[in-house]
Design a protein around this ligand. Sequence first.
Ligand code: FMN
Length: 189
Amino acid sequence: MRMEGISGAQRRSTSSVALVTTAFDGVVNVMSAEWSLRVSLEPYLVAVFVGYQRATLDLLRRSGEFGLSYCSDEQAHLAHVAGNHSLREGPSKWSLARFPTFPSRYIHAPLIEGAVANLECRVVSEFPTGDHVAFVGEVLTAYSDEDRSPLVYHGGKYYRLGPRIPSPPRSHTSEPAQSSGTDLPGRAR
Ligand SMILES: Cc1cc2nc3c(=O)[nH]c(=O)nc-3n(C[C@H](O)[C@H](O)[C@H](O)COP(=O)(O)O)c2cc1C
């Protein structure tokens, strides 16, 4: 049943969870972000939205770079720890869970092993969006693991991806074939 209300609508959104890694002057941090998305294919740009209170905000501004590791469905515990503890208050997130890492090629922050995809990003712009700040990053290089499935975040809870819904027959869409279909990954809009 449809109900009017902003908080209810906000709870119905669904996202992935990325682990944002940052490093500056010997300090290395990791935080969870459900608000991160591709914003350009060529050049490949992503945006991550970071609250003003996050320690990550300062590290992003100082370093001008960040890693994004999109959690697999085996990493809900890492998303939970990275998203419920801050560098500003002990104990260290790195001591609360074992975050397996591997070194980045172009940035100082490490990336998280076992993710579905990892991106190394250089900040190209920053702008305020209400109570968060958008950081747009140019993707310098990326890694992916086809054998892992993404973690799904919905209504404050973690889920696995459900069964695939078959693409509708072509006669059910008025779009041309090359721009329709849900099984064309990374298609240009
Ligand atoms: C699943 C999940 C997703 C989150 N997504 C975001 C987000 O997109 N942006 C944000 O600013 N905070 C988000 N948070 C909250 C931060 O991860 C949290 O405040 C964290 O403690 C910040 O760490 P830091 O202060 O060490 O940077 C999320 C938390 C969880 C659990």
